[in-house]
Design a protein around this ligand. Structure first.
Ligand code: PBG
Ligand code: ZN
Length: 325
């Protein structure tokens, strides 16, 4: 492989040659679009913390679902946003048919049959203190929390969820959900676990958008420490053993070593979550320059896929799909 016989620039000479030899390209098939839903009627209200995204319910939510379908985006990840008055110590709306996520799923199901509905499952949106689990003696009680996560998963399945995506990082959560779903007759509902969810500062805009920031964070007691790659592999292995159909690595960009390693070590589909802080970094860097913004968007999404992600959960899903059309 020596110069002058070999000249790699020949492979880059024209756009069509570059297209032919490109190993990784993007399609709407790759994307999962997060949506934020409220229990109030017929809402479309911009989320300040996530420019370009709206809080939705009712008719505007149905419109959004039809738009996703027409853009060819196969799946949406549903996040509830609660008013303070609707939260309670036991996260009641997480497992009530009247919860905002359950209501949204029924709306989405009717508006866009076939659109894959992925229900994010954590308790932090529902609890008064914003913790991801229920507190006993000042600590998040893992096994008590599992009972509530299990009830919530069944409630989401009843409302029409195709996939349950537990994000609380409790030990045993996939097993609790899988056994709860199976016992309730939902053996065909999938689980997509946030197995390798790191204790990242990049969730900040999301916490603001969902009104779920805890006054005093306990995330370090359940999310994976930023320095640990082998432990992330153990988390993924355990979730697969508990029955996970797919796993998520989160965040994405600083964590592509984790994605690449998971691809080597495991066979099941891997999603990477391009989180709110990563989205906002691109928007900030681009300022108002739409072309630059699109370039940074495609570069980051391509890198995530190149590292080995089968799917990308991204706030850019609509913009990217529109640009690819
Ligand atoms: C938990 C959840 C969070 C995100 C997705 N699911 C917040 C957290 O774990 O603290 C973050 C997503 C993002 O930042 O885009 N419900
Ligand atoms: Zn949480």
């Amino acid at each position: 492989m020596a110069f002058p016989v070999h000249r790699l620039r020949r492979l880059r000479r024209t756009e069509n040659i570059r297209r032919l030899v490109r190993e990784t390209s993007l399609a709407p098939d790759d994307f999962i679009y997060p949506i934020f839903v409220t229990g109030a009627n017929d809402v479309r209200r911009p989320l300040k913390a996530l420019p370009g995204l709206d809080l939705l319910s009712g008719k505007p939510l149905a419109e959004e679902a039809r738009e996703l379908k027409s853009l060819g985006v196969p799946a949406t990840l549903i996040f509830p946003v609660l008013e303070e008055g609707d939260k309670d110590a036991k996260a009641a709306l997480a497992y009530s048919a009247d919860g905002p996520a359950q209501r949204a799923m029924r709306t989405l199901r009717d508006a866009a049959p076939g659109l894959i509905l992925i229900a994010d499952l954590c308790l932090c949106e529902y609890t008064l203190d914003g913790h991801c689990g229920l507190i006993r003696d000042g600590e998040i009680d893992n096994d008590l929390t599992l009972e509530y996560i299990q009830k919530s998963a069944v409630s989401f399945a009843q409302a029409g969820a195709d996939i349950i995506a537990p994000s609380a990082m409790m030990d045993g959560m996939v097993q609790a959900i899988r056994s709860g779903l199976d016992a309730a007759g939902y053996s065909s509902v999938l689980t997509m676990s946030y197995s390798a969810k790191f204790c990242s500062g990049l969730y900040g805009p999301f916490k603001a958008a969902t009104n779920s920031a805890p006054s005093e964070s306990k995330h370090a007691t359940h999310q994976v420490d930023v320095g640990n790659a082998r432990q992330a592999m153990t988390e993924i292995r355990l979730d697969i053993e508990e029955g996970a159909d797919m796993v998520i690595v989160k965040p994405a960009l600083g964590y592509l070593d984790i994605v690449a390693r998971a691809l080597q070590e495991f066979e099941i589909p891997i999603a990477a979550y391009n989180v709110s802080g990563e989205y906002n970094m691109v928007l900030q860097a681009a300022g108002g320059d739409a072309d630059y913004r699109a370039r940074l968007m495609f570069e980051t999404l391509t890198c995530i896929k190149r590292a080995g992600a089968d799917m990308i959960i991204t706030y850019f899903a609509k913009d990217a799909s529109r640009a690819l059309a």
